[in-house]
Design a protein around this ligand. Structure first.
Ligand code: C2E
Ligand code: MG
Ligand code: MG
Ligand code: MG
Length: 288
């Protein structure tokens, strides 16, 4: 008994756990401060078509931290979800993304660009999610047809009717939907056909070893074929090499995102990429 008690105490005062608790509390305090100071940044990563022309971008949040450098969203989004801070953060992301769309809409070269925004399960589950998106669209004046919301399979597991109804309301306004990290979750094919999706996004874990792992090659080809037979667009994420790009192209994929076409960066970086591809096209036309 005493020994057990001792063990329990030992465990409680384990410095490793204490460190974890401390750093978690720091993270929470810092996140609240960052929201208050409006210190998050949105990075943009280009999405290109089969000719390498920019067709859109994905908005990816960044947190420049005073002592920790750029904190990755993979590190703080899950924590923000647990403590509810994802709601103000997600709201800020959507509002900033829509403001960016408005700027692009005023430029004849950029007006067709779509902007993909990651939506957290916690955000999407909120009963006022639809109302919130519509309010942001109204307030900013962004074209809903250029806004693409990225959902993940895990958020589609419960209350399918409710999810379909939320999606349908936004879809009626023109908002697009993409299923992010596709193939890593638990999508059942039967409800894939019921969801009003526009796009499947092949997860980068399948793209990574495409050329060396026949299973990844098979999965990727199958997702592309599946998307096409369901009448959906398909985009591959995490494309880093010409060889991956080539394989995906031979399988019928027509949209790509990855370091090969540009890393996430400040908005000017995406636009400079656009100018480069535009001038390539002009040069090609002039030479042909
Ligand atoms: P995701 O939505 O699947 O985004 C793709 C991630 O892959 C991004 O990481 C991107 O920087 C990275 N990536 C893009 N191309 C390549 C490539 O060629 N190679 C490799 N190795 N990686 C590539 P990031 O920006 O660190 O974001 C990680 C995750 O955090 C995102 O995964 C998304 O789930 C989440 N996230 C990012 N921004 C937001 C946001 O505003 N809201 C929410 N709820 N989640 C976000
Ligand atoms: Mg995404
Ligand atoms: Mg993804
Ligand atoms: Mg991912």
């Amino acid at each position: 008994q005493a020994k057990r008690h001792e063990q329990h105490n030992l465990c409680f005062f384990d410095p490793g756990i204490q460190d974890a608790v401390n750093s978690r509390m720091n993270l929470e305090t810092d996140l609240r401060q960052a929201i208050q100071d409006n210190s998050f940044k949105l990075y943009y990563q280009p999405q290109v078509d089969h000719q390498g022309c920019i067709i859109g971008a994905e908005a990816l949040i960044r947190w420049p931290h005073p002592t920790r450098g750029m904190v990755s969203p993979a590190e703080f989004i899950p924590a923000a979800e647990q403590i509810g801070l994802i709601l103000p953060i997600g709201h800020w992301v959507l509002e900033s993304a829509c403001q960016q769309l408005v700027l692009w809409s005023k430029d004849s070269v950029l007006e067709k660009m779509t902007l993909a925004v990651n939506v957290s399960a916690v955000q999407f589950r909120k009963t006022d999610f639809v109302k919130q998106i519509l309010a942001i669209l109204d307030r900013t004046g962004a074209n809903p047809k250029r806004l693409k919301l990225e959902l993940t399979e895990s958020m589609l597991l419960h209350d399918l009717e409710g999810i379909i109804s939320k999606m349908a309301t936004l879809k009626a306004r023109g908002v697009l939907f993409s299923l992010d990290d596709f193939g890593t979750g638990y999508s059942s094919l039967s409800y894939l056909k019921r969801l009003p999706l526009d796009q499947l996004k092949i997860d980068q874990s399948f793209v990574r070893d495409l050329l060396t792992d026949p299973n990844d090659a098979a999965i990727t080809s199958t997702i592309i074929a599946l998307a096409h037979s369901l009448g959906l667009e398909v985009i591959a994420e995490g494309v880093e090499t010409e060889a991956q790009h080539h394989f995906l192209t031979t399988q019928g994929c027509r949209a790509f995102q990855g370091y090969l076409f540009g890393k996430p960066g400040p908005v000017e970086q995406v636009l400079s990429r656009h100018i480069i591809t535009q001038s390539h096209q002009t040069v090609k036309r002039a030479l042909s």
